[in-house]
Write a protein that binds this ligand. Structure first.
Ligand code: GLC
Length: 683
């Protein structure tokens, strides 16, 4: 090892348990290299101490993770990360504080735009590619926020109370799979408590589970200002407190002098920092910029164009000609990102939708009116209604911001905005609503009155170029929702409940997102995995080939029956037909995105393995596959199942918990009762 704890004094080692400033690890006055840490998941946010927390160097503003995940495309996630890596390399950033992989338990969570999905399989598949994309270019990653930080309300104090199967199968599963698949260099420990113990002191989750069970051998850092007690955190193997806190050294030194923390415990954490430094040094030759600024912008456009989701279209799209009115709220401040630490200052000028449409041509005449819809009516809206009436079609750009540190109080748009949409729809029968929102929206007040709905999310600097291509049919939309859109917040597992500031009870257990709506037969506005295309697809020829006891190859064909090339996301769900424990109706265990040319057919192959069938057995303390029938469901969404296959898993009895009696029950009772002699007392 290049850096060895034996060569440092205890005082030096204690200093290393906390940062040097807001963004760097301690370098012991040059005795060590500092590691520069910077946000964020949607592009580089590099502030320095002089700048405000939201000040940052200009960088490529990539789509938010909620948008990126709607691409269902591992290669695109890799490209997304490679693009951000270039900005990191140019700005000497060693570790990017990303990706965020918390599960979207409630659509109210203010940071849902920063997370991938409600499903741990989709999250971990895409996030692993994201981690690979950065680390293959010599930039470390920081998978966050470990764990059960699923809302912003009282995130520093509130305890997430969860039973172990939900903990393992839903909330830890993403971290487990990413650690095993992509080996992130660092992990960020979250603010909250889990079952009453602050995550920064939760040795069971930090060491026993994350390190010893999952095999994580990197550095664990705290979320910013999350550490409550520095020596208890170090004892729990939280290696690095961020940011620097002057109080920490004297507390740690006194704790050491009093024997509350040993040198061995300190060495464990310090060695993880040394290992990080050495790993980054060994990755240095990979730190070569590969995209020009222009190419990075083009990547942002490409990724947004393959992630935006078409939710409704009565045929009004694509718009080929005519007098189009573009209006909406916040037209001059497009929501290309969300609020908080993931904020990015785009280096490339974000052109308006009108400018992008004009660049694309083929729409005869464009008129744009910016309607300042806010808490108070402005006369401007009447101009919009008037223009809408005289236009052939209308595109409404509707923004509803969200961000870190605050959850939403509703999943509806503001009443003024809902009314505005309905008023415009009274004046024009071809209204397309484009939503710039961070998470699910209750559209019940207006969706039946409009012709089309496109979810853009917070899609980065390329959003309007991407949207223009989709609106004009230059490309077919191919994104699909990575979270369910409920009809109402009351239909969700948690409703408006965000906990009582002390405890948030995850009483829904495993039934999160589509698992909940399936289990309780609840209708949704748009299901998990849903998204429309300009093309139509036919699924056929399902064939399931057994490889081993639990490995199967699922093959099926998809035909593009339309006259335009398009991409289709197919999904494979697994249903445990008869299980000894409660299980969701079905769970996503495979997906593929394929370009299918007009009129052509592709064959898709998806591998299932033991993890596709297993659940976490609490008594066995491990994942477990129970023999029996399973259904393999191939769908274009979680609700639109196209093909169904059945397989029976029959592992050796020695690998199974007994479910059948070795003898019949009668034999047992016969033997039992048969051996007993009843001696009646003498009369
Ligand atoms: C924030 C966020 C975290 C971010 C860190 C540094 O509070 O929770 O995601 O990386 O602080 O800005």
């Amino acid at each position: 090892m290049k850096y060895d704890v034996k060569n440092f004094t205890i005082e030096e080692k204690i200093k290393l348990l906390s940062g040097k400033n807001n963004w760097e690890t301690n370098d012991l006055d040059g005795k060590l290299p500092s590691v520069f840490l910077a946000d964020g998941p949607h592009g580089l946010r590099k502030t320095n101490d002089e700048q405000t927390k939201c000040g940052t160097v200009p960088a490529t503003a990539m789509p938010s993770l909620a948008v990126l995940s709607s691409s269902w495309d591992r290669e695109l996630c890799y490209l997304n990360a490679q693009t951000i890596a270039d900005d990191c390399i140019e700005n000497n950033v060693d570790v990017l504080l990303a990706p965020g992989v918390n599960i979207k338990r409630s659509p109210l969570c203010g940071r849902n735009f920063e997370y991938f999905s409600e499903d741990p399989y989709l999250t971990s598949e895409l996030a692993s590619s994201y981690v690979d994309g950065l680390q293959d270019r010599g930039v470390g990653t920081c998978v966050k926020h470990y764990c059960l930080n699923n809302k912003e309300y009282e995130r520093i104090y509130q305890s997430s109370e969860v039973e172990e199967r939900a903990l393992r199968e839903i909330y830890l599963k993403s971290f487990e799979r990413i650690v095993k698949k992509a080996k992130p260099l660092t992990i960020m420990c979250s603010y909250n408590k889990v079952n009453g113990v602050p995550m920064t002191e939760n040795k069971w989750l930090l060491k026993d589970v994350l390190r010893d069970e999952f095999g994580f051998d990197g550095l664990i850092m705290s979320d910013w200002c999350a550490v409550k007690n520095p020596y208890k955190s170090a004892k729990a193997t939280l290696d690095l407190e961020m940011p620097a806190r002057s109080l920490s050294y004297p507390i740690l030194k006194e704790a050491y002098d009093r024997g509350l923390i040993t040198e061995e415990e300190i060495d464990f954490c310090v060695q993880n920092l040394f290992n990080l430094i050495e790993r980054l040094e060994n990755m240095k030759e990979k730190r070569k910029v590969s995209f020009s600024i222009k190419e990075r912008h083009e990547n942002a456009v490409k990724i947004a164009s393959e992630s935006i989701v078409l939710l409704k279209n009565d045929g009004v799209l694509p718009i080929k000609s005519g007098n189009v009115l573009i209006s909406g709220n916040k037209l001059n401040e497009p929501a290309i990102g969300g609020g908080g630490s993931s904020n990015v200052k785009p280096r490339t000028k974000v052109l308006s939708l009108q400018e992008e449409l004009e660049k694309q041509g083929n729409i005869a005449k464009l008129s744009t009116v910016s309607a300042s819809i806010s808490e108070t009516w402005s006369k401007q809206v009447y101009v919009v209604y008037d223009k809408a009436y005289e236009s052939d079609s209308v595109i409404l750009l509707i923004t509803s911001k969200m961000g870190e540190d605050q959850d939403r109080q509703s999943i509806k748009l503001a009443p003024m905005i809902e009314d505005f949409i309905n008023q415009v729809a009274k004046n024009n029968k071809k209204v397309t609503v484009c939503l710039f929102t961070g998470s699910a929206v209750d559209m019940s007040a207006w969706i039946d009155n409009v012709s089309a709905v496109i979810w853009c999310g917070f899609a980065g600097e390329g959003v309007f170029s991407a949207l223009a291509q989709i609106l004009t049919g230059k490309i077919s939309p191919s994104g699909k929702l990575s979270e369910s859109y409920p009809l109402s917040i009351d239909d969700t597992p948690t409703g408006l409940n965000l906990g009582d500031a002390f405890v948030d009870n995850y009483s829904e257990g495993l039934m999160v997102g589509y698992r909940y709506y399936d289990k309780y037969n609840k209708n949704v506005l748009f299901p998990f995995g849903y998204g429309l295309s300009y093309a139509n697809f036919e699924y056929s020829d399902l064939n399931i080939e057994k490889q081993t006891g639990t490995d199967y190859i699922v093959k099926f064909k998809i035909k593009n029956t339309s006259d335009i090339d398009a991409k289709e996301i197919s999904q494979v769900y697994v249903k445990d037909v008869c299980s000894s424990v409660i299980r969701p109706e079905k769970e996503l265990k495979g997906f593929s995105k394929n370009l299918i040319k007009a009129g052509e057919t592709v064959e898709v192959s998806i591998l299932l393995d033991k993890s596709s069938f297993s659940y976490y057995s609490v008594p066995l303390k491990s994942d477990y596959v129970e023999n029996g029938w399973f259904e393999i469901l191939v769908g274009s969404s979680s609700k639109d199942i196209k093909l169904v296959g059945k397989i029976k898993i029959n592992l050796p009895e020695t690998e199974q918990i007994s479910t059948e009696y070795v003898k019949t029950v009668d034999e047992i009772y016969d033997n039992y009762w048969g051996n007993i002699v009843f001696s009646m007392p003498e009369d």
